[in-house]
Write a protein that binds this ligand. Sequence first.
Ligand code: SF4
Length: 326
Amino acid sequence: MDLDRIVEDVIAGKELGREAARALLNYPDERLSELLNATLRVRERNFQRRVKICMLNNAQSGICPEDCAYCSQSKISRADIPVYKLKSVSALVEGAEVAVSNGARRYCVVCSMRGPNEATMEHLGEACERIRERFPALEICLSLGLMNEAQARTLKEAGAGWINHNLNTSRRFYPKICSTHTYEDRVQTVQSVRKAGLSTCCGGILGMGEEDDDVLDLAYATRRLQVDSVPINFLHPIGGTPLGNMRALSPQKCLKAACVFRLLNPTAEIRAAGGRELNLGPCQGELFNAVNSIFVNGYLTTPGLGYEQTLTLIERAGFEPEPQNP
Ligand code: SF4
């Protein structure tokens, strides 16, 4: 394959063809560094060597009525995790302070729920206003499940900048991982968020037993939806969930997939999310050839690298953290 040509075409705005994307997803392991170097050229074009640090706050844990197979917080999960209702507004503001002190540029508030009711909307709206007042440079992203355009607009007025809602996988594979809502429900939420003028954060999870075509469908879907920020999770199987014994990824496969997402979404933020520690181990730093963003201090119900370790990871790989007040 002519990687130089691919890079030039992507930079010129041409869409990477499906067969080329499939070949890259299966690029020979022994030549992976060539693919990473080529992808880095696209990454650097828009994000130089900067890495945006994000931090999550699980604002309502373990009480979701949905049945997503990978999720420790679903109604069918028997995972041993903390269970609590929506955190107070003050606790959410304190969480923002913790995020800032951990180098975060973006604060991601996540609630396990099908979608927000009126009380939740008011609560989160107040939290956004207070966080915005106190930390004007901090980017606020909310993940509240399914949402319509009017709700997204309300949250935008309160100060949220991003709404996260992942497609998770392909349309075809979706019924295998969830039965309580559809892929289309998720697409509609992403479209509503975009129509409301908010930035979209929408990605997926690799390693759930899907095929290459599902990974490609997901990557092309994020491109078609013009997603602003694409989190890539690498399944961290959790005991007590239906996918608790699933281990399908190698570090090389994770890296190749990250490259394909970057080449299909050259100007979108792409973040390495849950499961990178488990699935990539010592290869995590190589992700920065494709991604420009990363989480610190773990995920919703699984642990992850802390701030200092993440900083070391970024610097050892030859990158630098994005300033908190650019
Ligand atoms: S909707 Fe979200 S919180 Fe609920 S089960 Fe699915 S992934 Fe988990």
